[in-house]
Design a protein. Sequence first.
Length: 222
Amino acid sequence: MVEKQIAARGVKDPRVLDAMRRIPRHRFMPTDSQARAYGDHPMAIGYGQTISQPYMVGLMTEALELHGDERILEIGTGSGYQSAILSHLTNYVYTIEIIEPLFHETDSLYDQLETRYPGYKNIHRKLGDGFYGWEKYAPFDRIIVTCAVDHLPPPLIQQLTPNGIMVVPLGPPARQYIMKVERVTDEKGAVTLKRTDVYNGVSVKFIPFRNDQGKSYSSQGE
């Protein structure tokens, strides 16, 4: 999967590729879908949620530009696949899931896998609304959002360190673009946000970023 579907399409960071080789992706999918776990496509995981296609996971993870000591916040734990990859790249992973039964299922899965994959013990998990980040552990060097929103949540920008990076599917519900947002601070302390499309203008469609009432945070929410 890694060589043919991720590296062959342009993901080059050796640490990211190695981390993805180490993850048993099938364990993060429903039993009846595990036979298709290593295809390059998103898959349903229940509760109206999906696990992203491997290439997209690799692309977004590479865009974080991780070196090994960053504190990372993930918004949208889902089945836990993305945060498992991040745990191979840094010891400081914080992840938030808003759907309670999915949160408990994933929390239980991590408990099962920690003996074989001790790095998963470094994944701090929270049930809650990721729009507001996780102030207790802020600031974060990196933030990755795995659901779609049409604007950058102000609390997440505030919890990003100077010169930190956020990767997020940005745009209305029908179409988004994978954006790398860098919080650039100049010598006078002024902050600007530099946006880069890391998927070369190709649009995507992610599950909407919703609150605890199921309402999308996008202004054109579904």
